[in-house]
Design a protein around this ligand. Structure first.
Ligand code: SAM
Length: 240
């Protein structure tokens, strides 16, 4: 799940830390319980991605660039890939990338953007729900996810599931929002879905070396206002 800060298109200079909704109704604290719950399910995201309006900036996420630029390109899986900004960046760096999301409409958009970016031949798409994700024998040199916030602490289990898809010697990068009062428009369930990096450690299986576990400060623009936020960042390498 995401942070749902109610941005309109054009407000967000970065990928994934905020979005516009383009449906003309309010979000966050003003949501009914049913509306808030829909934002944790594919239907809510399909609706969001079904309009014409681009939701994310298309720029790669900051922690992805910070951590992956120095890695040797191989195969990568980006779970909760949205409109594909990170997938496209990875493909341009030489990675062979599978973009995964539970929203079919999101994946269709991402595939279109990859086509327009000229990297379609380096990308594949996979409709999966991270909450029940199983690698099914596939493995990747990099498994990454940005701003996926399943409800009720669900990211701990999701991190573990994603870790199972990391090849020996490969990396797992999980980035999300640290809880913050900055997200004033969010529902209580969205706030509960945020995490700090250390929360995820119990979900990691044996055989991982933790390289980064911290909250990284970053500025973002929300509703035209520059605010300070923190990216909860977990980077781990599979040693065995
Ligand atoms: C906040 S957006 C982030 C998109 C992208 N990672 C970025 O940073 O721009 C969250 C994305 O995760 C997807 N998503 C949310 N819950 C999911 C789940 N349980 N399984 C798979 N995808 C999910 C949504 O459809 C959406 O595209």
């Amino acid at each position: 799940m995401d942070n749902d800060d109610g941005h309109q298109h054009g407000d967000q200079p970065e990928n994934g830390d905020g979005h516009g909704h383009g449906h003309g109704h309010g979000h966050g604290a003003g949501l009914t319980d049913a509306e808030a719950a829909a934002l944790f399910e594919p239907s809510g995201w399909d609706e969001r991605y079904s309009g014409e309006e681009k939701i994310w900036s298309g720029n790669p996420n900051a922690q992805l660039v910070a951590e992956v630029s120095a890695l040797t390109p191989g195969t990568a899986l980006d779970v909760g890939c949205g409109e594909g900004g990170d997938v496209i960046w990875l493909a341009r760096q030489g990675w062979r990338v599978t973009g995964a999301d539970f929203s079919a409409a999101g994946l269709a958009r991402a595939a279109r953007h990859a086509q327009e970016a000229g990297v379609a031949d380096r990308t594949d798409w996979w409709q999966v729900d991270a909450r029940t994700f199983s690698a099914g024998g596939r493995s990747y040199d990099l498994v990454t996810t940005h701003f996926l916030h399943p409800p009720d602490g669900g990211m701990v289990e999701v991190a573990g599931r994603l870790a199972e898809a990391v090849a020996p010697g490969g990396h797992l990068l999980v980035v999300g929002h640290a809880p913050s009062g900055v997200f004033t428009q969010l529902s209580a369930s969205h706030h509960r879905a945020m995490f700090v990096a250390a929360d995820l450690l119990p979900g990691l299986p044996e055989g991982f070396e933790v390289l980064v576990v911290e909250q990284r400060p970053r500025t973002a623009v929300r509703d035209g206002v520059t605010v300070d936020i923190h990216d909860s960042t977990l980077l781990a390498r599979r040693t065995a």
